[in-house]
Design a binder for this molecule. Structure first.
Ligand SMILES: Nc1ncnc2c1ncn2[C@@H]1O[C@H](COP(=O)(O)OP(=O)(O)OP(=O)(O)O)[C@@H](O)[C@H]1O
Ligand SMILES: [Mg+2]
Length: 256
């Protein structure tokens, strides 16, 4: 889906700016971020290293306070972390001492045993880890560990899932298949996902809309709508056109 008419606004950045105090000075990291993300949308934040992508996610997740402006989710101001807004990081956040099942169940311990069982079994099936319920992270491949992370996030039925370069540590083939897995899961669960990447192709393969940020201090250069349905044809002229536009916005040439 896209953020077209009729879609419900989910996350709203209202003129968000962020500066950090650094060694006596002030470092302006984000300036005047104004953006609405709609329910069920998959939005990519694309920008060069250090432009403030992770900071923007952290503000949205309530881990950092904006210096100016505010973020609302469902109309309510974000003023701290919440179990309804979960993160999936590049570095594996799963617990090495817990099995796949135990890692996924951690966030839903407050539910009845029967509910826990139903949700974990369903999520394991969704991410394709059947048969590995009792395995420990050290017995899994990198891609499988990322599946456990995604499963753990999905199990809590969060309002918004934040993904900060979640596939960055994987090899290129696994990355490709994780992207199509993510799209399949997202289409089934209809979650709102805010996905950070500095990979142009990854953003075109995944996003409904791509928010292109400038180098620090990060400002929105343009929001690029990807009007392609899934599965996306990576060789189509429209894919190429979007890719060229993104490179142009990022100020880099993609011919060598
Ligand atoms: N807690 C902090 N205190 C001071 N400066 C910070 C803090 N967090 C981030 N910064 C600075 O803010 C800038 C943006 O950092 P951020 O991690 O948001 O970038 P990014 O776009 O996610 O980069 P990358 O693509 O490399 O992950 C950097 O210059 C960093 O040094
Ligand atoms: Mg980052």
């Amino acid at each position: 889906m896209t953020g077209g008419s009729g879609a419900r606004p989910k996350v709203h950045f209202e003129d968000v700016s962020k500066a950090f105090d650094q060694r006596g000075g002030t470092l302006s990291v984000l300036e005047h971020i104004e953006l609405t993300i709609f329910e069920g949308e998959l939005v990519c934040l694309l920008g060069p290293s250090g432009c403030g992508k992770s900071t923007l996610l952290n503000i949205c997740g309530g881990f950092e306070r904006p210096t100016r402006g505010r973020v609302t989710i469902d109309g309510e101001e974000v003023d701290g972390p919440s179990s309804q807004r979960v993160f999936v990081f590049q570095e594996y956040g799963i617990f090495p001492w817990a099995s796949v099942w135990d890692n996924i169940v951690l966030g839903i311990r407050h539910l009845s045993k029967a509910e826990q069982h139903r949700i974990v079994a369903e999520t394991i099936e969704l991410v394709g880890l059947e048969g590995f319920e009792k395995a420990y992270p050290m017995e899994l491949s990198g891609g499988m560990k990322q599946r456990v992370e995604v499963a753990r996030a999905l199990a809590v039925s969060p309002d918004v899932i934040y993904m900060d370069e979640p596939f960055g540590a994987l090899d290129s083939l696994t990355r490709l298949s994780m992207r199509s897995e993510l799209i399949r899961i997202w289409q089934e669960k209809q979650q709102t996902i805010l996905f950070v990447t500095h990979d142009v192709d990854e953003s075109i393969q995944l996003a409904d809309r791509i928010v292109v940020l400038s180098a620090r201090p990060g400002r929105i250069r343009e929001v690029v709508e990807v009007g392609l349905s899934h599965p996306r044809d990576l060789g189509s002229p429209e894919y190429g056109r979007i890719k060229n536009r993104l490179y142009e916005l990022l100020g880099v040439s993609h011919s060598v």
